[in-house]
Design a protein around this ligand. Structure first.
Ligand code: G1P
Length: 227
């Protein structure tokens, strides 16, 4: 705030396109083309961005701006995008539960609209490859300076065969309680068992249904890898 007062933060431009477009492009480059965007009130601009705009198309045609028309068509056809409205801000865990019916009993990826990852191989593709190799849920983490750890989910881990196996996850710990300097950044590949867990656990920090609380249970039951 105040930048996000009237405009969804997912629509903030980074150079020449909105943040959410980078995320969708990362998903597509990782082999995912069935995408649900969980939105809420005041986020209509996201749907409009991936929709056709006939008026704009018409104007661009008249001005013979063919390159721009092509780019807009590419964006409109990036993936099958579905929208679900989360009616109240009840947390990330709740947002994910909103998509349960659509996802069914399959592993799925979660990407947070406010984390952008710059990498040659898409971050999500790395997680999917690890998931396929080990058949374990995988989350992306990033090393952060101590003074930033209180804003994130922080993991403690054990090094096994060059992989990081998660031992514990603490959501937004006090600096002195942070178990490592590895913070969860918004990319996860999860088994569908997370849905049952999220439906059973109580609301946590900030009176929100915390994905992190569910991840901790899933990781204790089935194991979980950090990348
Ligand atoms: C969420 C998660 C947190 C994670 C972060 C990454 O927090 O709860 O574990 O580290 O995203 O951006 P939020 O930023 O939504 O408060």
């Amino acid at each position: 705030l105040p930048a996000s007062k009237a405009m969804p933060k997912e629509m903030f431009p980074i150079v020449d396109k909105p943040a959410i477009q980078y995320i969708i492009e990362e998903a597509v480059a990782s082999g995912i083309n069935d995408i649900i965007i969980v939105t809420g009130r005041g986020k209509r601009a996201i749907e409009d961005h991936f929709d056709k705009c006939l008026e704009l198309n018409h104007v661009l045609k008249e001005k013979e701006k063919n390159e721009l028309i092509g780019e807009l068509e590419r964006i409109e056809n990036l993936a099958d995008i579905h929208y679900i409205r989360q009616k109240e801000s009840l947390g990330l865990g709740h947002a994910i539960l909103c998509a349960k019916k659509h996802i069914g009993n399959e592993p799925f990826a979660v990407m947070l609209g406010d984390d952008l990852v710059l990498s040659k191989k898409p971050c999500l593709k790395c997680l999917i490859d690890i998931f396929k190799l080990h058949n374990k849920s995988v989350i992306a983490v990033s090393e952060l300076p101590t003074e930033q750890l209180h804003k994130y989910g922080i993991i403690s881990y054990q090094n096994i065969n060059n992989g990081l196996f998660i031992k514990d996850i603490i959501e937004k710990p006090r600096t002195k309680d942070a178990p490592s300097n590895l913070a969860i950044l918004g990319r996860y590949v999860l088994k569908p068992e997370i849905f049952d867990i999220l439906e059973k656990i109580p609301y946590g920090k900030g009176k929100e249904l915390q994905l992190t609380d569910g991840l901790k249970i899933l990781s204790d039951k089935d194991g979980m890898i950090a990348h």
